[in-house]
Design a protein around this ligand. Structure first.
Ligand SMILES: [Ca+2]
Ligand SMILES: [Ca+2]
Length: 323
């Protein structure tokens, strides 16, 4: 798109018979972005204000010396809609800590004694699971929220859950790669483009892998949407679009509305893309995962096709009775 605009501007300059200083100078062109893909809207820039959201951790009392609250903000889309970014966290039960340096020393040796069972179906089977998300997850089983990551941004933590639910089981997770520059999907003073990633393994044999479906709903930073393919598939979008170097606060985001029933048993995810799987080294070097990688066994990190730009990702899978 940019090359086309540059060519168009150059032709316009030559036709005018005058070589203006702006022609070919490399100055920003301020071209309007191409229309957003069907069903999506653009916003541009950083949320004017941020606020505590979702009753997530607002301070740490544990051993960590690195805490940043997960805050939310509103951006105004180009159609005038006011949209909360990076997500709208749900209220839900806290999982048991596996590793949490915000509330304790990190490793929680007492997690088995502390586990509580969340009843989804009274006549279901009892299932336990381990979860780690970069940065935030909500877990739903058969349409009911079972656990919510208590730390939305950093430090990184891992969790254990136990629930009673009847097969066939529908697992659904809301995953967020949080940031500090809300609306442009970047973090810290250096405007880093962060990556996401999620892994889970359950005692019924369900584990994250390529059999899951994952779809993105919030994509940033973007310069324009010409890189977004049907799906939506943003895997060819540049990790650092030109705006990130030029003026990060001018970058754009693409927002898709989240269906109200996305976690329900009956939701039709047949049109959602298959999850992409990632090596642990692509996602995290943090102890909250690596000290427990044996518990995750053969589970794989999942996300949409773009670990960097896709910041709100919903994933689903269905599982039959325990073999
Ligand atoms: Ca977390
Ligand atoms: Ca990101």
């Amino acid at each position: 798109m940019k090359a086309t605009n540059q060519l168009g501007q150059m032709v316009a300059c030559l036709c005018a018979g005058v070589v203006l200083s702006a022609c070919g100078s490399g100055a920003p062109l301020n071209a309007a972005p191409p229309n957003p893909p069907p069903g999506a809207v653009f916003s541009q820039g950083i949320a004017a204000e941020s606020f505590s959201c979702g009753n997530l951790a607002r301070q740490c009392s544990g051993s960590t010396n690195r805490f940043i609250e997960a805050r939310c903000g509103f951006v105004v889309a180009e159609d005038g809609a006011r949209l909360q970014v990076p997500a709208v966290p749900a209220e839900g039960p806290d999982p048991t800590d596996l590793y949490n340096s915000c509330s304790g020393d990190g490793d929680n040796p007492d997690y088995l004694e502390e586990l509580q069972t969340v009843v989804v179906d009274a006549d279901g089977e009892e299932i336990a699971g381990y979860l780690f998300g970069d940065n935030y997850f909500e877990l739903y089983v058969n349409g009911q929220i079972v656990a919510r990551d208590p730390i939305g941004f950093i430090p990184f933590n891992s969790a254990v859950v136990r629930f009673k639910a009847k097969a066939p089981l529908t697992f659904a997770v809301k995953l967020v790669d949080w940031g500090t520059h809300l609306g442009v999907g970047m973090e810290y003073d250096r405007f880093n483009v962060g990556d996401g990633g999620f892994i889970a393994r359950f005692s019924n044999g369900t584990e994250t892998n390529g059999a899951w479906k994952c779809r993105t709903f919030y994509v940033s930073p973007l310069e324009d949407a010409s890189c977004v393919k049907p799906g939506p598939d943003t895997s060819t979008c540049p990790e650092e679009p030109p705006c990130a170097d030029r003026d990060p606060a001018s970058c754009r985001a693409l927002h898709y509305p989240v269906p109200d029933d996305w976690a329900s048993v009956d939701f039709d995810d047949s049109h959602w893309p298959a999850a992409s799987t990632y090596w642990p080294r692509q996602v995290t070097g943090n102890r909250a995962y690596h000290d427990y990688d044996g518990k995750f066994a053969t589970a794989q990190f999942i996300w949409s096709h773009n670990l960097n730009q896709d910041n709100l990702v919903l994933c689903r899978v269905q599982a039959g009775p325990t073999p």
